[in-house]
Design a protein around this ligand. Structure first.
Ligand SMILES: CC(C)(COP(=O)(O)OP(=O)(O)OC[C@H]1O[C@@H](n2cnc3c(N)ncnc32)[C@H](O)[C@@H]1OP(=O)(O)O)[C@@H](O)C(=O)NCCC(=O)NCCS
Length: 151
């Protein structure tokens, strides 16, 4: 695969199968129901601006995606910013910079929409993912704390 020919574009409903396929390859379990709900929310509701992107090869095969939410309430774009909630690159295409480029494209797109901040929740014990996001200039929030209570 020639990484320089990878193109990035906004995700649309036709990408559902490709997203589910990549996710299943990464996590070795199908999460089709999770993505059905997510696609329903992002593409059918008028309250979210399009932010999710896919990376595709020259032949149109989707090899990676990033999904995020940017809530558009009645007062305009949410001041709290946007969230990045799922990113996945086909295991056959990882370690070639596609994940990093997806993040950069995602951030550039949101910057153009005047978003000030992007949040993501990461399990701090997932050292690989923590390393990936830290390498892509994400750092622990100074204003938001993830509170929890055991039952
Ligand atoms: C996290 C994930 C998206 C990263 O995707 P990726 O395409 O492999 O990311 P990159 O290639 O940009 O970066 C990964 C590594 O490859 C390195 N790399 C980048 N370009 C490279 C190249 N041309 N040649 C060799 N290595 C390269 C990066 O420096 C980075 O190395 P590092 O970890 O030592 O810093 C991917 O591993 C994935 O899908 N993981 C599983 C899904 C997941 O856990 N998602 C999070 C839930 S939200």
């Amino acid at each position: 695969m020639n990484e320089s020919t990878i193109k990035f574009r906004l995700m649309n409903t036709d990408d559902f199968d490709a997203v589910v396929r990549i996710d299943e390859k990464v996590f070795k379990a199908s999460r089709a129901e999770y993505y059905e709900l997510k696609f329903e929310k992002l593409f059918r509701s008028k309250e979210y601006l399009p932010t999710s992107l896919v990376a595709e090869k020259e032949d149109g095969t989707v090899v990676g995606f990033v999904m995020g939410e940017l809530y558009m309430g009645e007062f305009g774009i949410s001041q709290e910013g946007a969230t990045l909630d799922t990113i996945g690159v086909d295991p056959d295409c990882q370690q070639k910079g596609i994940g990093g480029r997806l993040i950069n494209e995602f951030m550039d797109h949101l910057k153009d929409l005047n978003v000030q901040k992007v949040n993501i929740l990461v399990d701090r014990n997932d050292s690989k993912l923590m390393h990936f996001f830290s390498a892509n200039q994400f750092s622990p929030s100074k204003t938001i704390v993830n509170l929890e209570r055991s039952l």
